[in-house]
Design a protein around this ligand. Structure first.
Ligand SMILES: Nc1ncnc2c1ncn2[C@@H]1O[C@H](COP(=O)(O)OP(=O)(O)OP(=O)(O)O)[C@@H](O)[C@H]1O
Ligand SMILES: [Mg+2]
Length: 341
């Protein structure tokens, strides 16, 4: 079955990573043509809604919408939450990247979480129908991330990958080119962002937008609360509604982010506890590879290592691993042969 699946990829033209926070598109022979936030702004023009902006532009509008404009994040928890908005976003991406100029009816390879339900899987196929593709192939995101992290997934030795994105964390054990064991939780970077928004409001009397928090996260969040410097947080005072700034340190927000971080680590522990002994020996030697943007959370890897008792490494360009894996499946036939042998 694996062999047939990968043989079919030889005729695929477009790879898509439809992530909760970012959507990326890769066209065979062209390379990466699009990587922007999964956001769409719609203007209500009475009888229908027109697209005002997508991607970076829509992300900039988020939280500052004038009357009659709404900004939507159509994916939540790693899956499609608003189908029509997702279709509109993909249609606009297709126009911008001129997919149809290169390819009239492109064949599409799209990543989706391993743990999605049949209904969620159908939504991915339905959303992609906007590209007028004669065939849509879904690839499991953690498997693609493993290839993107340069793991030789065709080996009989087990590899463990934990993909920590915005909306979902998936921990999988891979052996002989397939996922043999998995555990997932619909918690990722978005839950950390939400916890910070609540913390600023409840403990600092400051209303701070999601977009601002996203930008602050790399310089503020450290699971051990060790960053020396504090950062300037701009927001609105909850009482006076006037603009205010506060100096906030990573030590202050440590407890706020610990809830989602603990849930992620518990998922990985559960995965290790439920892995058959015949595979766990390999995992002790090889350790865990982290992919996804939230793997970059400061000291998360060392906290996970201490909690799980196995070595933990972060993949190079962890946020790009899924798309790198899917695009390698299109471009490098030897990778396909390797996993389909
Ligand atoms: N340096 C960093 N520190 C903390 N978080 C980070 C950092 N860089 C990126 N992130 C977080 O990574 C997340 C985005 O990761 P990624 O691009 O893998 O998600 P996604 O693929 O869109 O989501 P999903 O796979 O869950 O659908 C965001 O929540 C972002 O805040
Ligand atoms: Mg992802």
């Amino acid at each position: 079955m694996i062999r047939k699946f990968f043989r079919n990829l030889s005729s695929i033209d477009v790879a898509i990573d439809l992530g909760t926070s970012h959507t990326s598109v890769y066209i065979r022979g062209e390379g990466l043509v699009y990587k922007e936030p999964s956001v769409i702004s719609l203007r209500d023009i009475g009888y229908k809604k027109s697209i005002l902006a997508i991607g970076n532009e829509a992300f900039q509008i988020m939280g500052k919408e004038p009357q009659g404009v709404e900004t939507i994040k159509p994916l939540q928890g790693g899956v499609i939450d608003q189908l029509e908005a997702t279709k509109a976003m993909l249609n606009e991406i297709a126009k911008r990247t001129r997919i149809h100029r290169f390819l009239k009816r492109p064949r599409v390879l799209i990543g989706a979480p391993y743990s999605i339900s049949d209904v969620e899987r159908r939504a991915v196929i339905d959303a992609t129908s906007i590209l007028e593709s004669p065939s849509v192939t879904i690839v499991e995101e953690p498997l693609a991330a493993a290839i993107g992290a340069d793991l030789d997934i065709s080996e009989s030795i087990a590899n463990m990958v934990v993909d920590i994105g915005s909306g979902i964390t998936e921990a999988v054990v891979i052996s002989l080119g397939g996922i043999v064991h998995s555990e997932s939780i619909r918690i990722g970077g978005d839950a950390i962002t939400e916890s910070l928004v609540h913390y600023f409001r409840n403990h600092c009397n400051l209303i701070v937008g999601e977009r601002t928090v996203e930008e602050l996260k790399p310089g503020l969040c450290d699971v051990y609360g060790q960053f020396e410097q504090s950062v300037t947080v701009k927001g609105i005072d909850v009482h006076s509604y006037l603009p205010q700034t506060r100096q906030i340190s990573s030590r202050q927000v440590k407890d706020a982010i610990l809830g989602p971080v603990s849930a992620i680590i518990r998922t990985v522990r559960q995965m290790l506890e439920n892995t058959p002994p015949v595979l766990s020996g390999d995992l002790i030697d090889r350790g865990i590879i982290l992919t996804g943007g939230s793997a970059l959370l400061q000291n998360l890897a060392s906290l996970m290592e201490a909690s799980c008792g196995v070595p933990v490494k972060i993949a190079k360009d962890s946020a790009g691993a899924t798309l790198r894996g899917t695009s390698r499946m299109l471009e490098e036939m030897e990778v396909i042969r390797m996993v389909s042998a």
